[in-house]
Design a protein around this ligand. Structure first.
Ligand SMILES: NC(=O)c1ccc[n+]([C@@H]2O[C@H](COP(=O)([O-])OP(=O)(O)OC[C@H]3O[C@@H](n4cnc5c(N)ncnc54)[C@H](OP(=O)(O)O)[C@@H]3O)[C@@H](O)[C@H]2O)c1
Length: 345
């Protein structure tokens, strides 16, 4: 008989949390019991899991008792406080926030890219940033084949990346503008409807945003390679679901677009859609609700002899968050010795 697990989900009422619930059910994750957790605001609210209603509980001391593992998707502040609490209670945490990603005790894992890193965990495993996940799934086969020296990326990120409040802001502002009303920004510093904001997360001292620096630093950690040069510009666009990315890479050795296309078509988690003359290329409207990373517009970078460029699209709530976290949980249960924790007191 398949072993089943007591699974917690902190942030169960959020945009990613809701997608995690769907993902656990769709993939047939062996759940013995599910405990949805959120803040006191949502305690008592009922959510649906695999056809049944389950009551949301407020997170706090004792909330993790009896669980085997807990997916966290409630933001960095909640993860900072509650992930060590869960790990010390013997519960393995897969954390979707940015809080622990650069902690040397915490592996940062994309199952298609560095599954082995999961073995080094002590109780907390971090899920990378959504933009990093889709970029590295697409680049890993090329990195393995010919090496990558430099990555330049421009992102086109959907409002669901900001959670439920981002989705509401774009719908409200779109309705307001189409009814000739004022659309005052609440979530973003400027109007997002019919606009593009080159500003995701806060600005750092080097004039890059925190989102951009996440793409830089997470790439180095996941590839375990301090020599790759990465530069990112992250842009929020008025699209509800899916992030798109224009990526330019300088490879270690030359690789033709044809060879890259073939490599990517054979790689796990990737769907190559690349017949531009037939108007076939990755689109947010097509990738929405899907788990694959869509790659197309693969062509030579005219500005560099070892250069390749491509267009990469994935659903930020699925592969960029929920699917990747559930896949990490699947890695853990494949080797039950990995469900042990020794997070320091
Ligand atoms: N959206 C994406 O594409 C994406 C991708 C990758 C990573 N992430 C990360 O995933 C996390 C969740 O994002 P989201 O987009 O799902 O946000 P969201 O829609 O705003 O949902 C936030 C969830 O966290 C809960 N929560 C917030 N503060 C809490 C606290 N102090 N204690 C307990 N629960 C708390 C909320 O519960 P209540 O209902 O009680 O408020 C809600 O369930 C964030 O760390 C985000 O950076 C998001």
């Amino acid at each position: 008989m398949t072993k089943e697990y007591n699974v917690g989900l902190l942030g169960a009422t959020g945009a990613v949390g809701q997608e995690m619930l769907k993902n656990l059910a769709e993939r047939g994750f062996p759940v013995k019991s599910l405990r949805p957790l959120a803040s006191a605001r949502s305690a008592g609210q009922k959510i649906e899991f695999d056809g049944a209603e389950v009551k949301v509980e407020a997170v706090g001391p004792g909330a993790f008792d009896g669980l085997d593992l807990c997916l966290f998707s409630a933001g960095a502040t909640a993860s900072q406080e509650f992930a060590p609490m869960a790990a010390r209670a013997g519960v393995t945490v897969v954390d979707n926030s940015s809080c622990w990603r650069q902690d040397p005790r915490v592996p940062l894992v994309i199952p298609e890219v560095n599954p082995g890193a999961v073995k080094k965990h002590r109780g907390i495993i971090a899920n990378p940033n959504c933009s990093t996940i889709q970029m590295l799934v697409a680049l890993k086969p090329i990195y393995d084949a010919v090496g990558i020296r430099r990555i330049v990326v421009a992102t086109y990120q959907s409002v669901s990346g900001t959670g439920q409040k981002g989705i509401e802001e774009l719908s409200t502002q779109t309705r307001q503008l189409l009814s000739l009303q004022e659309a005052a920004p609440k979530v973003y510093p400027h109007r997002i409807a019919f606009n593009c904001l080159p500003h995701i997360d806060v600005f750092m001292d080097n004039d890059y945003t925190k989102e951009e620096m996440k793409m830089v630093n997470e790439t180095l950690k996941i590839f375990d390679d301090q020599n790759i040069k990465v530069s990112a510009t992250c842009v929020r666009i008025p699209v509800f679901y899916c992030h798109s990315e224009a990526i330019w890479i300088e490879t270690g050795r030359p690789i033709s677009p044809e060879a890259a296309r073939e490599l990517l078509a054979r790689a796990p988690g990737i769907l190559v859609v690349d017949k531009p003359k037939e108007n076939q290329y990755p689109l947010a409207s097509v990738a929405s609700g899907r788990d694959e990373v869509f790659v197309g517009r693969i062509r030579a970078d005219l500005s560099h002899e070892n250069g390749l460029t491509m267009w990469v699209v994935a659903d930020n709530l699925r592969k960029g968050a929920a699917t990747n976290a559930v896949e990490i949980a699947e890695l853990l249960i494949r080797d039950p010795t990995l469900l042990k924790t020794d997070w320091p007191a």
